[in-house]
Design a protein around this ligand. Structure first.
Ligand SMILES: Cc1cc2nc3c(=O)[nH]c(=O)nc-3n(C[C@H](O)[C@H](O)[C@H](O)COP(=O)(O)O)c2cc1C
Length: 349
């Protein structure tokens, strides 16, 4: 047993979190992690408000343990999904990109707000805004880490703020968990590792590619969805880095966003200006590029299209060698972390 500020605050047995991953962290995987003693997070960026509510209720049918939702705050649908999560009194609201306007509403029912940051200066700001705990994302991570690695960022943030910290980016085993605790974190959040468990819906073709990958087989660039992010090195990902700025695809993506959201031209233009004013400025073109990235991402995880698909994946894929059940994985990580801590203790003379 490891008791940390994370296990205490969130009422979980193990200091392990399932990172919110759009499309991938659906109720089956979320509840599997919760039932194995961790904190499962449902990513809802892909969901309509009704789907968000359905998914939350499905999780409650499968587990009575605490869980959370993850929402990217910039972009359409965020406000509505957060409102649903608050109505449903979801125990943990985890957000990334943007400012949380809902902290008091979550605290009112006893919920916790978990901010995600990748830059140290954003950590103190998130705590000032009322976040109860933070996820710190290092450069190694799948998707949107910034320039600093976990090794550098965790101790810096740990010295700045006094709230529970969950380390994300590069963690996939018990040695990593022990290292994160040593650096000042209170637990780890894992994305890539949980893509490769039995309960994950990722297509077998991509699970196989991740297993075969070395730590060198990812690419970090802003061409994939308009923000700096890391994907598995596939044919399409390599081609995207060579093609540069995808103007035609972005325009197609922008029109797709407008159509899917059934927006008038007036609303479309207004939203683009609002996004440009947001602190993390998401001009419409970025939203359009996210739409393009999302389509290619779905091709990967749902259709298993290794030619045209792209998959967000972290450097730690290089260390992942099997596809266990969620419970097997989490049992193993706890044993490995104990062994690592014992090994360090034994070094004391
Ligand atoms: C396929 C995929 C989708 C992701 N989607 C989201 C998302 O919707 N919201 C978010 O905050 N982070 C998202 N992330 C980032 C993860 O939450 C997490 O920070 C990252 O996977 C941690 O790095 P690791 O893969 O090395 O464990 C995604 C990651 C992956 C692999």
């Amino acid at each position: 047993m490891l008791k940390t500020r994370m296990t205490e605050m969130f009422g979980v047995e193990r200091p392990i979190m399932l990172a919110g991953m759009n499309w991938i962290t659906e109720p089956k995987l979320v509840s599997a992690v919760c039932n194995a003693g961790g904190l499962g997070i449902l990513a809802v960026a892909r969901c309509t408000p009704r789907e968000t509510r359905d998914n939350i209720r499905q999780i409650r049918d499968m587990t009575d343990k605490p869980f959370g939702i993850n929402q990217i705050l910039v972009g359409p649908g965020a406000k509505e999904n957060i409102e649903v999560a608050i109505e449903e009194k979801v125990p943990v609201i985890n957000y990334s990109l943007g400012k949380p306007w809902f902290v008091n509403d979550v605290h009112a029912y006893g919920g916790k707000v978990l901010g995600t940051i990748a830059i140290s200066r954003h950590a103190s700001k998130a705590v000032e805004l009322g976040c109860d705990a933070l996820v710190i994302t290092g450069h190694e991570a799948a998707a949107h880490g910034a320039a600093a690695t976990s090794m550098v960022l965790i101790p810096i943030v740990a010295s700045m703020v006094n709230v529970p910290l969950i380390a994300a980016g590069g963690f996939y085993d018990g040695r990593g968990l022990a290292a994160a605790l040593a650096l000042g974190a209170d637990g780890v959040s894992m994305g890539s590792r949980f893509m490769l468990v039995q309960e994950s819906m990722v297509h077998e073709n991509f699970k196989r590619l991740c297993l075969e990958a070395t730590e060198q087989d990812t690419l970090y660039d802003n061409v994939f969805d308009g923000m700096d992010g890391r994907v598995l090195k596939t044919k399409e990902a390599v081609a995207m880095t060579k093609r540069g700025f995808p103007l035609a695809e972005s325009i197609k993506g922008a029109l797709l966003v407008k159509r899917v959201l059934n927006m008038s031209w007036g609303k479309f233009v207004k939203m683009s200006f609002e996004m440009m004013r947001a602190e993390e400025g998401h001009p419409l073109l970025v939203l359009a590029r996210q739409a393009v990235g999302n389509m290619k991402h779905m091709k990967a995880i749902m259709e298993g299209d290794v030619e045209k698909g792209i998959l967000f994946a972290g450097q730690c894929c290089g260390g992942i060698k099997d596809i266990p059940t969620t419970r097997e994985l989490m049992d193993r990580i706890m044993i490995e972390a104990d062994e690592a801590i014992d090994r360090l203790n034994a070094m004391r003379s």
